[in-house]
Design a protein around this ligand. Structure first.
Ligand SMILES: Cc1ncc(COP(=O)(O)O)c(C=O)c1O
Length: 488
């Protein structure tokens, strides 16, 4: 028996006064346009003041304050303190800029609010179309399977789940990890992103199953070391099943010799997974595509749309060459999900059999609307523009006697540090830490950091369509000026 519930009449979250909500919506659109239009006039970043943090720590609002008051609070306390990646001088980690148009697309997607698990409705066809376009952009076969996901981490997880279940030597879906006889092992380089560690842990393989092999002088997977590791594992009775190749490492943008890795996988019967989180997108450019030769031979390819395609967070894609391999880990059946000959549960593509999510948002719309609006040629030009900006930074750093280039721009990533002659490494580390924090706190620019060969460096990844050459020049001036101000 369910408990007695008093009847208080019926309610809805729709407004009684549609007109005032419409007016507020128009104000939101005006505010978004101004926010993006004037972004370069604001600091690249500023800390959230304590007074604002207090406002953002309120008790659960049992009674609503109304849309106008809630929105006013957002404008005052949230909007002024963005993460920084919408700003032209953000080059930290690997974050895309987003666009105003795609922000509107997010609103349209939420307005339609479809569940993109599959079924017969327009959003399914939009996602299918976007996947077709993405396959073409990265030269993957039309028959390959794909799905849009939250990010590169999820895309690596799905690609590696497919790899495990196809090649690790047992029927994991049925028998669990016990069904994998010999120790399964997979390989990546010391420069591979930590989302691969997470995936390997989540897939139950254990971090010891992931062999990290050294890189060569250009930060690319060392093929000799990889062959040796493979031979040692085979000799010890283990079961190599997959190589994870890098199409753009997070630290330096290095691209592995993908063709050679594809040859090796073919010869050894291994799955080739390529993490192309941002680098895969360089395939748009005729000039850059040769760097990625072999990527199109991967069994699975993970790449983000919210990095170098400037789509707002979250959006990524995984492509898997063999559709059966893709759906194997994700296709348990359930009576309540069965399809029908007609109606909503007919037709379309069942994306829920291609990843861990059942209920899925309409991520495809922001990509579809962006590609249709701008055309992919402009994305190609922007990718090339970012690479030119990385080279400009490299040149400026080379030309500055108090800066040291630590990793040249192999693609769109540059690592450097403030290093006046005669200062020892231990001191340089604390100076560069301080320098980075000052650049960010003063709102001048947002590089991030990493450690290369034991050296703490400032790291700039150019995936920003708002950056202009003068921003790069300003960064170098600010780095020298600020570095000079820090007592060594
Ligand atoms: C090379 C590489 N792989 C994977 C990822 C993870 O992608 P995401 O942050 O979209 O989950 C990143 C993120 O920067 C990356 O640079």
């Amino acid at each position: 028996m369910t408990p007695e519930l008093p009847d208080r009449g019926e309610e809805t979250l729709d407004p009684e006064d549609w007109e005032s909500l419409r007016e507020l919506g128009h104000r939101m659109v005006d505010d978004v346009v101004a926010y993006h239009r004037d972004v370069a006039d604001r600091p690249a970043w500023r800390p959230v003041p304590e007074s604002t943090r207090r406002v953002l720590r309120q008790p659960l609002p049992r009674e609503g304050e109304g849309a106008a008051a809630a929105y006013a609070s957002f404008v005052e306390h949230v909007l002024p303190f963005p993460y920084s990646n919408i700003h032209p001088r953000h080059w930290g980690w690997v974050n895309g800029t987003g666009t105003t148009l795609a922000a509107f697309a997010e609103m349209l997607a939420a307005a339609m609010n479809p569940n993109c698990w599959g079924g017969e409705h327009a959003a399914s066809y939009v996602e299918t179309q976007v996947l077709e376009w993405l396959k073409e952009l990265v030269s993957f076969p039309g028959a390959a399977s794909g799905v849009l996901l939250s990010g590169g981490s999820a895309a690596n997880l799905v690609g590696l789940a497919a790899a495990r279940d196809a090649r690790a030597g047992g029927d994991v879906t049925d028998g669990g990890l016990r069904s994998l006889g010999a120790d399964p092992v997979l390989y990546c380089s010391t420069e591979t992103h930590n989302s691969v560690d997470k995936a390997v842990a989540l897939l139950g393989l254990g971090s010891r199953a992931l062999r990290r092999v050294p890189v060569d002088g250009s930060w690319r997977t060392d093929l000799t070391a990889l062959r040796q590791a493979l031979a040692e594992d085979r000799a010890a009775g283990r079961r190599p099943f997959c190589i994870v190749a890098n199409a753009g490492t997070v630290n330096t943008g290095a691209i592995d010799d993908l063709d050679a890795l594809a040859d090796l996988c073919e010869a050894e019967g291994l799955w080739l997974h390529v993490d192309g989180a941002f680098g895969a997108v360089a395939a748009l450019s005729d000039r850059l595509r040769p760097l990625l030769r072999g990527m199109e031979r991967a069994d699975s390819l993970a790449f983000d749309l919210h990095k170098w395609l400037y789509i707002p967070i979250e959006a990524a894609c995984v492509l898997v060459r063999e559709p059966m391999d893709h759906s194997r880990p994700f296709a348990p059946s359930a009576s309540y999900l069965s399809t029908l000959d007609r109606g909503v549960a007919s037709g379309g593509t069942f994306f829920s059999t291609r990843g861990p999510q059942l209920t899925r948002g309409f991520r495809a719309l922001k990509v579809w609307l962006s590609f249709r609006t701008h055309g992919t040629d402009v994305y190609r030009r922007l990718v090339e523009q970012n690479v030119r900006q990385a080279r400009l930074l490299e040149d400026l750093v080379r030309g500055a006697d108090r800066l040291e280039l630590v990793a040249p721009a192999s693609l769109n990533v540059v690592c450097f540090r403030y290093a006046p002659p005669g200062v020892e490494d231990a001191v340089l580390e604390s100076v560069n830490r301080e320098l980075l924090m000052r650049l960010q706190e003063q709102g001048l620019a947002v590089p991030s950091s990493t450690v290369l060969d034991g050296r703490f460096v400032l790291r700039c990844a150019f995936t920003n369509h708002r950056t202009r050459r003068q921003d790069v020049v300003a960064l170098v001036d600010a780095a020298i000026r600020t570095g000079d101000e820090i007592p060594a």
